[in-house]
Write a protein that binds this ligand. Structure first.
Ligand code: HEM
Length: 442
């Protein structure tokens, strides 16, 4: 007997399907679908059928069938206008050639170097904040994350050299993100995107040339990337280095700043948990000391906090694949040509896996409860399978250090009491959030 395709959610409008509802509040749409049909259902975005799949078993199929029956490259084709043929946007063979370059950059030894660089950058940012004042959190954390990325990935000198112009150009690049329209339409924002990209590549060109000419002078992320050879012993091409840098900084910057901002907001909304974090900090990494890799591991409460933020406020709240061959999810078959989507917002709130899922409760990740360990694909804020985020440890290390250093040094207060999630085409982030701060007495 042939298996049925997923049932369609009610409320599709002629011609546009669920597109308006999706645009307005996709989390509500997903929750409505889950309520109506359970773990597998379908929506229509224009003429496109999209299967929404929820739950660890379905998520396992989603991640493990990627690059087999499911394509990651096709749904994100629109990003190629920005980054060219790099990472999973490249044909699969090329992706496999490039992947080790990226993995190398997040090896343990490299991570140890980043911990020190990150602390210096965060300290310099706090010095700039001064003793007291008010700040808009997102704006400040986006800036800080750019400083960290620039210093860690390009090195101090090159970061200084690219200046604020480079990061301002990112905004034009991001505004050109459009999953629906053909990327070569002569729209003003697409023209601006192409100009921004050309300028950013020009800014990076002399930096990479210098690294090729004087390899002995540098020992950092960028130098490692420039020196990499593929498995045939062929050095990585300059064009790939430049596009990889653009792609990595894009993948890592608004995503990290979103979750870092939420970590700070949650601590200010839950003073009991903040007290636990402060007590642990005082014991493991008191103010004035450098946070060592050992202390990072011992800052368990911040570690569980970062996981709870990943669960409740994932910066990446949906992932897509194009179905190349009919694929079974539970009782249904999703036919070739459909899109398939995982929805973290719903997946991370399943009562079967998470106790009182709507509540903020980082201790659910402590070893005696370990709710995420029940199934490999329960917590998927960084994806899963072969394409799982290679920057996960980098991001979580950075979020831990920002949280630790900031709360060690300052008394903070939320002036905006209830920030909410703003979804973008790229990463999600909190709405405008004013935070008041005052440096603690020594
Ligand atoms: C909180 C911060 C971050 C979040 C939430 C996040 C989330 C994700 C997710 C969900 C995926 C899987 C995409 C999919 O399966 O379709 C992914 C992949 C990726 N991420 Fe991250 N990411 C973060 C930080 C970073 C950082 C800091 C970097 C690098 C600097 C990075 C680089 C990448 C790359 C290169 C991939 C593609 C991996 C591949 O296809 O093999 N991410 N990320």
């Amino acid at each position: 007997m042939t298996q049925p395709t997923p049932p369609f959610l009610s409320g599709a409008k002629p011609g546009i399907g669920h597109a308006l509802e999706f645009q307005k509040d996709r989390t509500r749409l997903m929750l409505r679908g889950f309520g109506e049909h359970g773990n597998v259902f379908a929506i229509k975005l224009g003429n496109q059928n999209v299967a929404i799949i929820i739950g660890p078993e379905n998520q396992k199929i989603f991640f493990l069938e990627t690059d087999k029956k499911l394509s990651i490259q096709e749904p994100y084709r629109f990003l190629r206008a920005m980054f060219g043929d790099v990472l999973f946007l490249a044909p699969h063979e090329e992706y496999l050639r490039q992947r080790p370059f990226v993995q190398e950059l997040f090896k343990r030894e490299k991570m140890l170097q980043y911990i020190d660089v990150m602390q210096e950058v965060i300290q310099a940012w706090m010095d700039g904040l001064g003793d007291s004042g008010e700040m808009e959190l997102n704006e400040q954390i986006v800036y800080l994350v750019q400083e960290v990325a620039g210093n860690c990935f390009l090195g101090r000198d090159a970061h200084r050299q690219i200046g604020t112009e480079f990061w301002n150009l990112y905004q034009d690049l991001s505004k050109g993100l459009d999953p629906l329209l053909p990327p070569n339409l002569p729209l003003p924002r697409f023209i601006k995107r192409d100009r921004a990209k050309a300028r950013m590549l020009d800014i990076l060109r002399p930096i990479i040339a210098e690294r090729r000419q004087h390899p002995e002078k540098y020992d950092d992320f960028l130098q490692d990337l420039v020196m990499k050879e593929d498995h045939h012993g062929v050095p990585i091409e300059d064009e790939i280095v430049r596009n990889l840098l653009l792609g990595l900084m894009f993948a890592g910057h608004e995503t990290t700043s979103g979750q870092a901002s939420w970590s700070i907001i949650f601590l200010l909304q839950y003073p009991d948990y903040l007290q636990r974090v402060l007590a642990e900090l005082a014991e493991v990494a008191p103010r004035g000391t450098r946070i060592t890799p050992k202390a990072m591991v011992e800052l368990e409460h911040i570690g569980w906090l970062t996981q709870e933020v990943e669960r409740l406020r994932p910066s990446v709240d949906l992932l897509l694949r194009v179905v190349k061959e009919d694929t079974r999810f539970g009782d249904y078959v999703v036919p070739a040509g459909w899109l398939v989507q995982v929805a973290q917002d719903v997946a991370h709130r399943l009562p079967l896996y998470f106790d009182r899922p709507e509540e903020f409760d980082p201790l659910r990740f402590a070893p005696d409860r370990a709710e995420d360990k029940q199934h490999r694909f329960t917590l998927i804020g960084f994806g899963g399978g072969a394409h799982k985020c290679p920057g996960m440890n980098f991001a979580n290390t950075e979020i831990t250090l920002i949280t630790a250093l900031l709360f060690r040094e300052y008394e903070l207060e939320l002036v905006t009491k209830e920030p909410y999630v703003v979804h973008g085409v790229g990463a999600s982030h909190p709405s405008e959030t004013i935070v008041r701060y005052r440096r603690k007495a020594v």
